[in-house]
Design a protein around this ligand. Structure first.
Ligand code: IVH
Length: 686
C-alpha cells in the first residue's frame, strides 16, 4: 500500500455549500471502504485488493474531498498525515506511570513468580495467567475520548513521555475513532515488520544514511520524528497490550484484549490463557517456537495475572508490577558459512578481522558480516574460511561468531592469519605492548582518515548533517579532505563537482559543516577521538580547559596537572591526552581548527554551591528516554558529578534499558546504588 505520504486535502479551504446527499453517501462509503482495507492490510495482514486498486480508491476519496471540502472530517483516512512540521515534542505526564517489567530467564524464576503471586492472593484463590509475546518496538500510550484518538505519547521515563499524536495518527492499523464513548487509555507497542525494515534500510543506504540496526530502533526512532510526513512512510503498526481502565472495560486482561479487538483496535491476537505453571511454560514454548514466523520481532513473552481484581490486590513494587513478569528468550542464533575473512581498519588504526558470511536472517536483519575481534579469538574458536559457523547477536546489534561446526568440514577450509601489513595502505602493522590488537601506525592511512571524519561528524560529537559514510569516502578519495580541518575549507564548487552530487546537496552539506563550527568545545574534544577520552571525559576536560585556544596555550606540565586533578582521569587517560595534544601532527591539526574558528568556548555555568546532588557522583548507562548529555547536564546543574566508569566512590549507576553486564557487575563490586531514570528525576526534583 502506498498513499502513506499523500498530503491531505486542504482542510482550510472554505466550502459554503453543503454537498448533495448522494455525494455525502458516496463519501461515507469510500471512507468505510478505505478503513476496511487499511484494517485488512495492517491488522489482519490479509489484503483483499492490490496496492494499485487501493491507491485508486484512496485517490477517489481525496478527489471527492477536494471538490467538497465540507466533507472532510478529522477522522477521514485522508487526514492521517498532517503536513505541519513540528519543532519539538511536548512533554506529557502519564496518568498512571508506565512501569516496566521484571525479567525472568528460566523455569525456576517463573516458578518463583507463580509462588509469589499465590502468596499475595487469598488462600486457594484460583489464578489464571495470560501469556503473550513481548513485542520489541517502542511503547506508546493512546488516549481515546468520546471515541476519538486525542493524544498519543511515548513511554519516556515512565512518568512523562513525549506527545506524538500527529505521528500516531499516521499509523494505519490504529483507528482514529472507536465505537465507545467512555474514556479509554491504551498502551501499545509500535513495531515495524521485518520486511518493511528491509525496504526502509535499502532506501536509507541509497540516501547515504546509516541503516537501522533492528526494527526496534527503527520503530522508536520513527515515533519521535518531527515530521509526520516522514513517519507515514515508515509503515509503523501498533499492537495493544494493555487497557489502562481495565476494570471498567472488562473483567480480565484477556477479555480486555478481545474487547479491544472487537472495537477495531489492533491487538497481537496471540495471547493464551493458562491455568498453572505448566500451562504458562507450554504457552511460552509455543510463542518461542513460532517466533521466527511472526512478521515482527519479539524478545520474549509476558506472563500476566489475568483477573483485573487480582492484579489490583497484588499491586506493584516500587519498580515493577507484582502481577506480571517478562520471560526473555536467549539471543537468537543462526548458522551460516564463512566466505572470507577481511580486515577492517578502525578510527584508531585497530585492525579488526571480520568474517564475510553467506547472508543469513538473524533476529530480524540480514547478516552478512560478523566481527572476529582479533587473532586470539580466531585461534580459540578455530574459525577457518569455508567453515560452517553459528552466529549470535551480542546486545542484539553486532553479530558475532560464537562457534564452529567442525563436523561440516570438507578439508578445503583455510586457516587464517592476520596480515602483517595494513590492508588499505600497506604500512607494516604494529602491536602495542600488552595488547592483542594490531594497528596500522600510518596516520594518513585513508581508512583511518575516513573513520576519523565519520566519527567527528557523529551526532554526539560535531553533529554534521548530510555527511554520510559514502560521501566521506568520496571526499577523501578525491583528495578534497585529508583531515577534519579540511571540511571547513570546502567550497560549493569543489563539492558540487563530485560525482552524484548536485548543487542542492552540496549546499546542504556546507550548511551542515558551517553550523558545526558553533558546537561547544566539549563536542570538538569528543569528535577528535582522542584515545581513552570518551564523551564524559571530554565534557569534564572542557569544564577545566574551556576552549581550544586555552588548550593550545597550556604547557605540557600544566595540561598534565589539570587533567590529573579531574576525578576519574587515570594515568592512561592523562598520558593519551598529553600525547595527542603535543604530537606535532595533531597539534598542527588543532592549530588549523583554531584558525578556522571551529568550536566555541564552553558556556560559563553558574557554580552550584549546594544542589540536591552535591557530593554525589553518577555514571549513566543504557538506553535512556533522553539524550545522555542532557541527563549529564541536569546532574551537573544539581551539583552532582559525572563519571564515565563505575569506580570506588561512584554513588549511583543510573540505568536505562539494555544495561550491559559489565556495568552492573562494577556497580555491585563498588557498592554503587542502582537508580532508574524516574528515580533520578525524583532526586533532581528534591
Ligand atoms: S505489559 C505494567 N505486555 O515491555 C507493565 N509489555 O518491560 C505492563 N512490552 O514498556 C507491561 N510487549 O513496551 C506488556 N505484551 C506486552 C508487551 C510489553 C512489549 C514492552 C512494553 C513495556 C515493556 C515492559
Amino acid at each position: 500500500m502506498s498513499a502513506d505520504s499523500a498530503p491531505h486535502a486542504s482542510r482550510k479551504s472554505k466550502q459554503t455549500q453543503a454537498p448533495p446527499k448522494d455525494v455525502a453517501e458516496l463519501h461515507g462509503e469510500l471512507v468505510r471502504e478505505v478503513r476496511a482495507h487499511d484494517y485488512r492490510y495492517y491488522v489482519e495482514n490479509d489484503p483483499t485488493i492490490s496496492d494499485r486498486d487501493y491507491d485508486a480508491l484512496y485517490q477517489k476519496l481525496r478527489d471527492l474531498e477536494a471538490a467538497f471540502p465540507a466533507l472532510v472530517t478529522d477522522d477521514s483516512p485522508t487526514q492521517r498525515v498532517s503536513d505541519s512540521l513540528r519543532t519539538d515534542l511536548r512533554k506529557v505526564r502519564h496518568v498512571v506511570p508506565m512501569i516496566s517489567l521484571d525479567n525472568t530467564y528460566n523455569r525456576e524464576q517463573l516458578a518463583d513468580f507463580v509462588r509469589r503471586v499465590k502468596q499475595g492472593l487469598p488462600e486457594n484463590a484460583e489464578v489464571r495467567y495470560c501469556v503473550e509475546p513481548k513485542l520489541d518496538g517502542g511503547s506508546v500510550e493512546l488516549v481515546y475520548r468520546n471515541g476519538s484518538l486525542v493524544e498519543a505519547s511515548t513511554r519516556g521515563d515512565g512518568i512523562q513521555g513525549e506527545e506524538i499524536t500527529a505521528n500516531a495518527r499516521t499509523i494505519r492499523s490504529l483507528p482514529l475513532t472507536i465505537p465507545i464513548a467512555d474514556p479509554v487509555t491504551l498502551r501499545a507497542e509500535v513495531v515495524i515488520y521485518r520486511k518493511d525494515l528491509t525496504a526502509i534500510n535499502e532506501a536509507r543506504e541509497q540516501e547515504g544514511e546509516a541503516p537501522f540496526a533492528n526494527p526496534r530502533n527503527a520503530a522508536s526512532g520513527s515515533l519521535r520524528m518531527l515530521d509526520p510526513r516522514v513517519v507515514a512512510k515508515r509503515r509503523l503498526r501498533a499492537m495493544v497490550w494493555q487497557v489502562v481502565e481495565g476494570q471498567a472495560f472488562a473483567a480480565s486482561h484477556s477479555q480486555a484484549l478481545e474487547r479491544a479487538h472487537t472495537l477495531g483496535l489492533p491487538t497481537h491476537g496471540l495471547h493464551k490463557v493458562a491455568e498453572d505453571l505448566e500451562g504458562v511454560i507450554r504457552a511460552i514454548e509455543g510463542i518461542e517456537e513460532k517466533r521466527k514466523d511472526y512478521p515482527f520481532e519479539i524478545d520474549g513473552a509476558v506472563v500476566k495475572v489475568d483477573d483485573f481484581q487480582q492484579q489490583q490486590i497484588l499491586g506493584n513494587t516500587s519498580k515493577f508490577p507484582r502481577w506480571a513478569i517478562a520471560y526473555k528468550f536467549g539471543a537468537e542464533r543462526a548458522t551460516t558459512r564463512v566466505l572470507d575473512i577481511l580486515v577492517q581498519v578502525g578510527r584508531t588504526g585497530a585492525l579488526t578481522p571480520v568474517a564475510v558470511l553467506q547472508p543469513v536472517e538473524l533476529a530480524g536483519t540480514t547478516v552478512s558480516r560478523a566481527s572476529l575481534h582479533n587473532q586470539e579469538i580466531i585461534d580459540t574458536l578455530d574459525v577457518r574460511i569455508g567453515d560452517s559457523v553459528s552466529i549470535e547477536k551480542a546486545g542484539e546489534i553486532i553479530p558475532q561468531v560464537v562457534a564452529v561446526d567442525a563436523s561440516q568440514r570438507s578439508g578445503k577450509e583455510v586457516a587464517y592469519l592476520m596480515p602483517r601489513a595494513c590492508p588499505v595502505c600497506g604500512t607494516a602493522s604494529v602491536r602495542t605492548e600488552g595488547e592483542v590488537l594490531l594497528r596500522c601506525p600510518n596516520v594518513r592511512c585513508p581508512a583511518i582518515v575516513k573513520a576519523a571524519i565519520v566519527y567527528f561528524s557523529r551526532r554526539f560529537a560535531m553533529d554534521i548533517d548530510h555527511l554520510g559514510e559514502s560521501l566521506v569516502d568520496q571526499l577523501v578519495e578525491s583528495g578534497l579532505v585529508g583531515d577534519v580541518s579540511d571540511l571547513y575549507t570546502l567550497t560549493l564548487e569543489k563539492v558540487a563537482a563530485l560525482e552524484r552530487m548536485g548543487k542542492k546537496s552540496a549546499a546542504n552539506l556546507l550548511a551542515g559543516i558551517l553550523a558545526s563550527k558553533d558546537q561547544p568545545f566539549d563536542r570538538l574534544l569528543t569528535g577528535l577521538g582522542i584515545e581513552s577520552l570518551g564523551q564524559v571525559a571530554a565534557g569534564q576536560l572542557a569544564q577545566e580547559v574551556r576552549s581550544l585556544p586555552d588548550l593550545l596555550n597550556l604547557s605540557r606540565e600544566a595540561l598534565e596537572e589539570k587533567a590529573t586533578a579531574i576525578h576519574g582521569f587515570g594515568p592512561k587517560m592523562v598520558e593519551s591526552l598529553v600525547r595527542y595534544v603535543f604530537d606535532p601532527d595533531k597539534r598542527s591539526l588543532l592549530q588549523k581548527l583554531q584558525a578556522l574558528g571551529v568550536s566555541r568556548p564552553m558556556p560559563q555555568v553558574a557554580e552550584v554551591a549546594e544542589g540536591p546532588l552535591s557530593g554525589l557522583s553518577f555514571c549513566v548507562t543504557g538506553v535512556l528516554s533522553r539524550k545522555r548529555e542532557d541527563i549529564h547536564t541536569d546532574i551537573r546543574n544539581a551539583g552532582g558529578s559525572i563519571q564515565e566508569r563505575v569506580t570506588q566512590g561512584t554513588s549511583y549507576l543510573v540505568i536505562g534499558e539494555k544495561v550491559g553486564k559489565t556495568k552492573l557487575d562494577a556497580a555491585k563490586k563498588h557498592g554503587a546504588k542502582l537508580l532508574t531514570e524516574a528515580e533520578l528525576d525524583a532526586l533532581l526534583k528534591k
